[in-house]
Design a protein around this ligand. Structure first.
Ligand code: ADP
Ligand code: MG
Length: 245
């Protein structure tokens, strides 16, 4: 189905295909994400959500198509040059470094001046309430705290687009709902573009401006949560997210 036209999209994916060998994982996929929009990619395990996110991040080379970020063709740009920050399911923190070091490491490598690094860390740790944790090592943090630090690492990079790959799925139910609320508040405060992968219907319904429901490497429906819930385009979407018949 055709998505509504998005003027000056923040992220534009055009006719993207990705094959692993002879297997087609993403098929001529199109998606425009508006500036400041919160898009959730929702679908069952194996439908290609992570693959699509990794293509946007530049961690996978695509087979066909083009990817634009803020109007710039980044299809062949290095991940670090795409203006994106990514948060994974596993926290991927450096175990031997303090939280502060984890936050500053990438910035030092990129040559960001020291006082600017300090400023960004102060802001991110205030937003994420991790100031008391800055001198700890990851092993001394809870799962929820580690995931906050992982989000902080994307935040200090001062990027336009955040990509999340199931950031809450390793957490217990209580922490999951707490961090869900925090991510929503974070988005309200930053007003940046977020593309968020999950297989969790509740996360999708509460976080998304629009949900892209995926199946077999294809977007089946792209609409506001209420529209998808009330008017699923087919049986698959209805079964996955639609209102109970
Ligand atoms: P999701 O994140 O929706 O669970 P993935 O994007 O991880 O799904 O995977 C989509 C499909 O691509 C799956 O069938 C998976 O087995 C396949 N796949 C993922 N990575 C590779 C790879 N490196 N080589 C071959 N097949 C892969
Ligand atoms: Mg995945």
């Amino acid at each position: 189905m055709m998505a509504a036209e998005t003027a000056n999209p923040s992220v534009s994916i055009q006719d993207l295909s990705l094959n692993f060998g002879a297997v087609s994982v993403l098929q001529t996929l199109n998606l425009d994400v508006a500036e400041g929009e919160f898009i959730v990619l929702l679908g069952p395990s194996g439908c290609g959500k992570s693959t699509l996110l990794n293509c946007i991040a530049g961690l996978l080379d695509i087979s066909e198509g083009r990817i634009f970020i803020k109007g710039k063709n980044v299809t062949w740009e290095q991940p670090k040059d795409r203006g994106i920050g990514m948060v994974f399911q596993s926290y991927a923190l450096y175990p031997q470094m303090t939280v502060e070091r984890n936050l500053s490491f990438g910035l030092r490598v990129a040559g960001v001046p020291k006082d600017e690094i300090a400023k960004r860390i102060a802001r991110a740790s205030e937003i994420l309430q991790i100031e008391p944790l800055l001198q700890r090592k990851p092993s001394a943090l809870s799962g929820g705290q580690r995931q906050r630090v992982a989000i902080g690492r994307a935040l200090v990079r001062d990027v336009d687009v955040f990509l999340f790959d199931e950031p809450l799925s390793n957490l217990d139910a209580k922490l999951r709902s707490e961090l869900r609320v925090e991510i929503k508040l974070l988005h309200r405060r930053l007003e940046n573009t977020m593309i968020y992968v999950t297989h969790d219907q509740i996360e999708a319904m509460t976080l998304a401006d629009r949900i892209a429901v995926m199946r077999g490497g294809v977007i089946q429906q792209l609409d506001a949560p209420q529209t998808i819930y009330n008017r699923p385009v087919n049986r698959f979407v209805a079964g996955f997210l639609g209102s109970p018949a």
